[in-house]
Design a protein around this ligand. Sequence first.
Ligand code: HEC
Ligand code: HEC
Length: 209
Amino acid sequence: MIKNMIKYGAYLFLFSFFSSNVIANTDISLPSKLNKCIVCHTISGNSLIGTWPKIAEQHSDYMIKQLIEFKKGKNGDRYDPTMFGMIQDIDESDMISLSNYFSNQILQKNKNKKFDREKAKLGKSIYLYGDNNTGIAACVGCHGRDGKGNKLAKYPVLRWQHKDYIITQMKKFKNSERSNDINGIMRDIAKCTSDLQIEALAEYISNMR
Ligand code: HEC
Ligand code: HEC
């Protein structure tokens, strides 16, 4: 009797093990337009080139907002010729599935051999405390101590992003080339930030713990 129960239990265990695997496999169906994106962002969302942003673990609602803006082209508030070209045949339901896919990938650290400790120290101080002399608000208030942003508020993840990309975006906010930030939050901050401070912030953020 007991022997039979153990036997039955083992079958049940094996059955649930295999059936759960089958369910898991159907879950990882890839978004149909993914091929268009992975040339630059890679299949894991960790792009290898400094000017192409990493989008693994980025909040999906934030990404959907960006994709909608890119698609508007020059009429929108974030014009980028590369992303404008990429997004033309992507409709809103593709945007959602692609953003969900990338937000579920695992973000990888940068392997930065030329890490500038002094610059990163200055960057860390501005990130945590802002700069009273020039009026820079502390980044930590919105982007968080760990750089993971705020999903609900659509404050993007910053940590481990490529240095070059961070510098480009800060400069785009500074000259209002990128103006999709509600109430000009980022434009106001970037305008108070010198090029040297931008580099220091990028050094810190791209290598933060
Ligand atoms: C040829 C390279 C290339 C391809 C292909 C490409 N992208 Fe991009 N992507 C970029 C660049 C460059 C930027 C930064 C644009 C800027 O400076 O604003 C970007 C930005 C983004 C952003 C904004 C990231 C952020 O942190 O704000 C998202 C989201 C994104 N791409 C998703 C996609 C998706 C989804 C696809 C496929 C449909 C795709 N990209 C295809 C190069 C590419
Ligand atoms: C009051 C909130 C707030 C503060 C403070 C703030 N940010 Fe932001 N930041 C935002 C929001 C919101 C966005 C996204 C705007 C959008 O929707 O495109 C953003 C976007 C960014 C981006 C672009 C990210 C990407 O993936 O393209 C960078 C870089 C950035 N912030 C850096 C900083 C730095 C550096 C500081 C501190 C000096 C800072 N932010 C302070 C709210 C804030």
